[in-house]
Design a protein around this ligand. Sequence first.
Ligand SMILES: Cc1cc2nc3c(=O)[nH]c(=O)nc-3n(C[C@H](O)[C@H](O)[C@H](O)COP(=O)(O)OP(=O)(O)OC[C@H]3O[C@@H](n4cnc5c(N)ncnc54)[C@H](O)[C@@H]3O)c2cc1C
Length: 390
Amino acid sequence: MQQDHDIIIVGGGMVGAALAARLGNAGFSIGLVERGDAPEPASGDYDLRISSLNARSLAFVKLSGTTLPEERCCPFRHIDVSNQDGTGHSVFSAADSDMDDFGLFIENRALQHALWERLKELPSVTCYTQSAPTSTRATDATRRVELDDGRTLSARLVVGADGARSTLRQLAGIETTSYDYHQRAMIINVETELPQQDVSWQVFTPTGPIAMLPLPGHRASLVWYDTAQNTLAREQLDDEALKAAIEAAFPKRLGNLIRVVAHASFPIKRQHAKRYIGKRLALMGDAAHVVHPLAGQGLNIGLHDADTLAEIIIKGRDPGDYLNLLRFECQRRAANQAMIAATDSFHHLFTGARPLRQLGDLSLHLAERFPFAKRMMMQQANGLNPFKMW
Ligand SMILES: Cc1cc2nc3c(=O)[nH]c(=O)nc-3n(C[C@H](O)[C@H](O)[C@H](O)COP(=O)(O)OP(=O)(O)OC[C@H]3O[C@@H](n4cnc5c(N)ncnc54)[C@H](O)[C@@H]3O)c2cc1C
């Protein structure tokens, strides 16, 4: 049977491109199928889509030989979590976990572009842009993918990293469970009088958290979770009215706003694929799971999927070996399920009914009182083993 690549990856977003770069760097022949074009470099104003990369994600990206654009990255050393009335407050510092920082914030497009730049340098990676799969079929030794540009590709493993609405997942007949939080996240990029660096903070309010993600210089990405109705109404405000609404709702520590640069909003849903694997097929990233973004972990757990699968493939002989795929599913489903449960509890504890919110306040108190528990939570959030103490 003709075989074009060792591995075909459908979806060249941050997770798919990171897996392609890691495996291409290890010498595997990779076909990367992306519906869109190769990403453009990030320049000018910061993009609205920002993600935090934790220690494990950064180590994984580095292993592929990818260089991130330092000037567009903002490392952060403290995470400050509180509630609106001030009865619960906890500050997590990287130094408490013997780390220089917790990771960094980077625009999604800057990370994706850096990964694609690395792909261009790797001779064993072929990118098929403006292509999407229309059907797929597995034999014992390979899986074929028919593309909408008329091409047919085959490989020993096909990976679906094509996002929450994954075509590959649908073509493989894998169902999902989902939950609608009935919330929207409004992302607002602002220019501030104060330099917004070093700390990322989040304040829980009864309708959802408000958060500040630092960007280099006097820029910040604000995230305002609220009901769909309130958010859509806020979207209609002009920049001056929105600026006034932010100054009224956000804590004083944000300081004066110079201007609102850009804004958009996204519905908040959770989704989990019932299976991550099939015959010579694996799903990862948002194609496999979508979590509430309040803990900033969606991309991180997608990159941890890619890290786990890459290690299994590099150590094994056949990238699509079913037992190896089962190992991938077992390891990652347990970790991702734990993250879904954690983000779900945060959501319900801090935006639920009053007794639940009191429990949430108590959990912040306890985190502050017990450095051991705090350190474990931070290790977990960084994708590190929380039980490894030295
Ligand atoms: C408001 C908000 C804030 C967030 N903040 C954070 C954060 O701080 N930290 C964090 O870790 N995560 C965060 N996330 C989550 C994070 O953005 C996602 O988990 C991440 O983008 C998933 O990456 P992915 O590569 O799996 O999917 P995507 O980014 O969706 O990429 C999928 C890729 O596949 C391509 N594609 C789609 N369909 C096809 C097809 N049929 N054929 C070929 N290609 C296809 C797309 O063009 C795209 O390039 C946030 C999410 C939201 C909504």
